[in-house]
Write a protein that binds this ligand. Structure first.
Ligand code: SAM
Length: 328
């Protein structure tokens, strides 16, 4: 008889993968999230972090809407799609940006319904003030699997801006899904239009997990548990579980940025700028001082939990070379 010695080498081998992918699990998580009022949210332990993220998104959206408007005739319509819009946390930002039309997309139908009600509340407030407000349409669909353009009320409509805030990392589950997500962002944009977004920094996550010398790191507020090889992460499906104070509790995937850039180029998108949040803050904090003053807790830039890791580039993605050189 042969004796068998089985050594468990990798945590990911022990985790069963759902055959249809993780979309349903992700949608279920976001659908189950309770809608909390402003009062309740201000008591949250991540109140300041959320404010900081909202400041980043406001400044980013404003920066690109300003560029778009500068290239158009006065009063020309500005059309936008928000991929992974959630409960509509950015609806007010679009109103301030004075856009004409918004396509709201999310995989979580319950979140999208909450987004619709928020929009109606905003519309009623606007009617009272006799202000103008943009029109919306909603698409409950997985942006990694469904061609969103076919769901538009007018599929021939061209957009000026596509925004995907804190959601694109769900798209890097597989090459096919990442391509579909990028295609969705690119195909409806008119020449000169922009795709903007915010994602987790994979280099930072990898640097932290290697420093932790285990498969997880975090603190009392967040936890990241890796479920893939962290020394040779796959380009797609590099899965980790992210928990943020009960608000996020989901599988997510690393985005290898050069791979993302290459796929985006294939779909006609040229990289204009990539910044880490602290770089964005450095560039925008003077311009955004007033807005920051209105948001509690942002008088000083939130400190990094481990500044020694900030800016660390993980450079051993040698296995990506082949993909990056390929015709894909
Ligand atoms: N963009 C919103 C914001 O900044 O407040 C919500 C961000 S939340 C962290 C991520 C959102 O992405 C969730 O609403 C989730 O349902 C959505 N999402 C995740 N995977 C998706 C997919 N494949 N297609 C469409 N939406 C997705």
């Amino acid at each position: 008889h042969d004796s068998a010695k089985l050594l468990k080498t990798n945590e990911s081998e022990a985790v069963p993968q759902p055959s249809e992918g993780y979309g349903k699990i992700i949608a279920k998580h976001y659908n189950a999230l309770e809608e909390k009022g402003v009062q309740e949210r201000s008591k949250s332990r991540i109140f300041y972090l959320r404010n900081f993220h909202n400041w980043i998104k406001s400044m980013l959206i404003n920066e690109y809407l300003t560029k778009i408007k500068a290239s158009k005739k006065h009063n020309a319509p500005v059309r936008v799609m928000d991929m992974g819009c959630g409960k509509g946390g950015d609806l007010l930002k679009w109103r301030k940006g004075n856009i004409t039309h918004l396509i709201c997309n999310d995989i979580a139908a319950v979140s999208l319904d909450q987004c619709k009600s928020r929009y109606v509340d905003m519309q009623n407030r606007n009617n009272r003030d006799r202000g103008n407000i943009y029109s919306i349409e909603n698409i409950a669909a997985d942006f990694t699997k469904v061609r969103l353009r076919e769901k538009y009320k007018d599929p021939s409509m061209k957009l000026d801006l596509v925004s995907c805030q804190f959601a694109f990392h769900y798209g890097f589950e597989s090459l096919l899904q990442a391509e579909c997500a990028i295609h969705n962002a690119a195909e409806c944009l008119q020449p000169g239009g922009f795709f903007i977004g915010t994602i987790l920094d994979s280099n930072d996550l990898l640097a932290r997990i290697r420093k932790a010398k285990s498969n997880a790191f975090g603190n009392g507020v967040f936890k990241v548990r890796f479920e893939c090889d962290t020394y040779k992460p796959p380009l797609f499906g590099a899965k980790y579980h992210f928990n943020l104070d009960g608000v996020v509790d989901c599988p997510e995937f690393l985005i290898h940025f050069p791979t993302f850039t290459k796929l985006a180029k294939k779909h006609g998108l040229k990289l204009v700028r990539r910044e880490k949040f602290y770089e964005f803050y450095q560039r925008m904090h003077v311009e955004g001082r007033q807005l920051m003053g209105n948001m509690k807790g942002l008088e000083t830039y939130p400190p990094h939990s481990d500044s020694s890791l900030v800016g660390t580039e993980v450079d051993d993605y040698a296995h990506a070379e082949e993909f990056l050189k390929s015709d894909n």
